[in-house]
Design a protein around this ligand. Structure first.
Ligand code: GLU
Length: 596
């Protein structure tokens, strides 16, 4: 299997152009290997969205690279093959287990508000009201200072065996030679077509000749290959203050609007200095225990670790194994509802607001929330947040609804022969990010600042997630590691905006409490209760939810929730690598040695 597959076939078929080059499907006799969503074996494993990115990671592992090296290769290749959900224009959270020191560490590489941003930045001066969400989404204003490349660099410095240029090589090769357009990526182009047409650079890259390429056509990205080459030669300074950075800032402040553009988006406030001062944060993970297992997750600026941990702590008050399926799922939904109320009220960037992390993750607080759950009926939602400083009252209260997002980016997992593990969720926020491609650079810019609340959502109480200069918007990303008897057992994560938290939680409940295998735990139909009146759920979940409806749950259908990737380790060094069998067209798992 491999990204090596296409070299000879394409050498003659592709003509050099500056933007994306598309070759008709029939001109490419070599096809990549079919996607395999499940693999097991030894010596290292990768699960990621695309065949090319998984192969890039495996190739780096085969060369003696560590899990961190392979993770950078995967992430960089996803920037080519999964450009609507990954790449240099975004940020993310990198969770790492070091087998030698037995330490779990995390890197917060979240996008950051430019220094010229402020609490009112999403208030339209013309109306005094918040910009409509759709206006902010496709604009330079929503672009946060990207943390992606800085995260890769930091991960390599801490745990790498190879250089940045070594790890970028597979991505450069795929960008140069091209890859076949998958139906999943084609769908993403189609759903973003109207936005991409607003910007000349974006239309050139993704709508060559003015139209959506056919599935199977070979897509190249020579601009991105050159950008990666420049970074390889000059280092990360070329992005954080150098010529690539200048192009990023230009695109944010003056996006290349098409002559027939129908929007006049609010301009961004990023300056070169924002890139120069950008820093990732080495962050302690969150830690909680669940039924004797140790669960590590991402601390703020992500709400993922605390919210997954709190919901598990609430569930620990109940014997889910002894319940029927309806009752177990009822408790899962209710625990999630309560934890989301607390997330909304208490979690934001901890450098800017006081986040009571210890209290939110305490068993005492969890017990004060668990006692609200009524086995006979669903709590009316939204429920009010609890007071983690004074837990005790068991009085259910309702609250005002707060907005939330449920868009998709990507999550992947890697392990290596030494036993190191990476679980890394990274993003440009929603599909296609801001829809602004940096001219001549081949990558989309994020719209991560739309993860802030544009106006206060917590009534009289302060809102922890309002924008401020230098602040990171609250995330839901939940790259998670679970340990059994002190040894790594599971690595898991998913994209999906705020449904990330419930997807990770549901997979853990499926695997730990409901006795499912890891592949079944990922494949099972999903439901997401984020303290809203109705539960968002996949159609297959709703069709089996009669018992839950009788308890008062109502449902809103969503075709797919999350795109998870997970690893499970046994005591003898074997790893089970599991991606999605159907969601997002299926994802790609691989191992170094299928048998020992
Ligand atoms: N922007 C989202 C967050 O940080 C993640 C993107 C996604 O996967 O949807 O929570």
């Amino acid at each position: 299997m491999g990204a090596r597959h296409r070299t000879a076939a394409l050498a003659t078929a592709v003509v050099a152009m500056t933007a994306a080059v598309v070759v008709p499907a029939e001109a490419t006799p070599h096809r990549p290997p079919a996607k395999t969503p499940i693999a097991s074996g030894y010596g290292g494993a990768v699960v990621s969205d695309t065949v090319e990115s998984t192969e890039a990671g495996l190739a780096v592992l085969r060369r003696g690279g560590s899990a961190a090296d392979a993770a950078v290769a995967v992430a960089a290749t996803l920037g080519v093959t999964d450009p609507f959900v990954a790449g240099l224009g975004g940020g993310g959270y990198f969770v790492h287990y070091d087998a030698r020191t037995r330490e779990v560490s995390t890197i917060d590489g979240r996008e950051t508000t430019p220094r010229a941003g402020d609490e009112k930045m999403f208030i339209d001066p013309a109306t005094g009201q918040p910009y409509p969400f759709a206006t902010a989404v496709t604009s330079g204003l929503s672009v946060g200072t990207p943390g992606m490349l800085a995260t890769w660099d930091r991960a390599l410095k801490r745990w790498g065996r190879l250089s940045l240029s070594d790890t970028l090589r597979p991505a450069i090769s795929v960008a140069d030679k091209g890859f076949p357009l998958t139906p999943a990526l084609r769908d993403q182009i189609v759903s973003n077509e109207a936005r991409l047409k607003q910007f000349t650079s974006s239309a050139e890259l993704f709508l060559p000749g003015g139209k959506v390429p056919d599935a199977g056509a070979v897509l190249r990205n020579p601009d991105l290959a050159d950008t990666y080459r420049e970074i390889s030669r000059k280092g990360t300074g070329s992005f954080y203050g150098g010529s690539i950075g200048r192009d990023v800032v230009d695109a944010v402040r003056n996006p290349p609007l098409a002559p027939d553009a129908t929007i006049d988006p609010p301009r961004g406030r990023m300056a070169l200095q924002d890139l120069k001062v950008y820093k990732t944060i080495d962050q302690d993970p969150t830690r909680s225990s669940y039924r004797g297992l140790d669960v590590y997750g991402m601390a703020p600026s992500s709400s993922g670790g605390i919210t997954v941990g709190e919901a598990l702590n609430i569930l620990e008050n109940f014997d889910l194994k002894g319940m029927d399926r309806t009752q177990a799922l009822h408790h899962y939904l209710e625990a999630s509802k309560l934890a989301f109320a607390d997330r909304g009220r208490h979690i934001g960037d901890a450098r800017f607001v006081e986040v009571p992390q210890k209290q939110l993750l305490s068993d005492e607080f969890a017990a004060s929330r668990a006692c609200l759950i009524d086995p006979a009926k669903a709590l009316p939602a939204p429920v009010a947040p609890g007071d983690p400083f004074h837990p005790g009252s068991c009085e259910p209260r309702t609250a005002a609804p707060a907005p939330d997002n449920e868009v998709h980016t990507n999550h992947f997992v890697v392990s290596d022969a030494w036993g190191n593990i990476v679980t890394y969720t990274n993003t440009i926020e929603q599909l296609g990010g801001s829809a602004i491609v940096v001219p001549d650079r081949g990558f989309l810019l994020n719209n991560e600042l739309t993860d802030f609340n544009f106006a206060p959502t917590q009534g009289e109480a302060p809102d922890p997630n309002l924008p401020a200069a230098g602040k990171r918007p609250r995330s839901s990303m939940s790259p998670t590691l679970v340990f059994k008897d002190g040894r790594p057992w599971l690595a898991v994560g998913s994209p999906g905006g705020s449904t990330i938290i419930t997807t990770v939680l549901q997979i853990l409940v499926n695997r730990i409490d409901l006795g499912m295998s890891l592949p079944d735990a990922l494949a099972a139909p999903r439901a997401s209760q984020r303290n809203t009146a109705a539960v968002t759920a996949e159609p297959a979940f709703i069709s089996g939810a009669g018992g839950l409806t009788a308890l008062g749950h109502t449902f809103t259908a969503q075709k797919e929730i999350g795109v998870a990737a997970a690893l499970e380790f046994d005591r003898w060094g074997k790893v089970l690598a599991v991606g999605e069998q159907a969601r997002r067209g299926g994802t790609s798992a691989g191992v170094i040695f299928p048998v020992r």
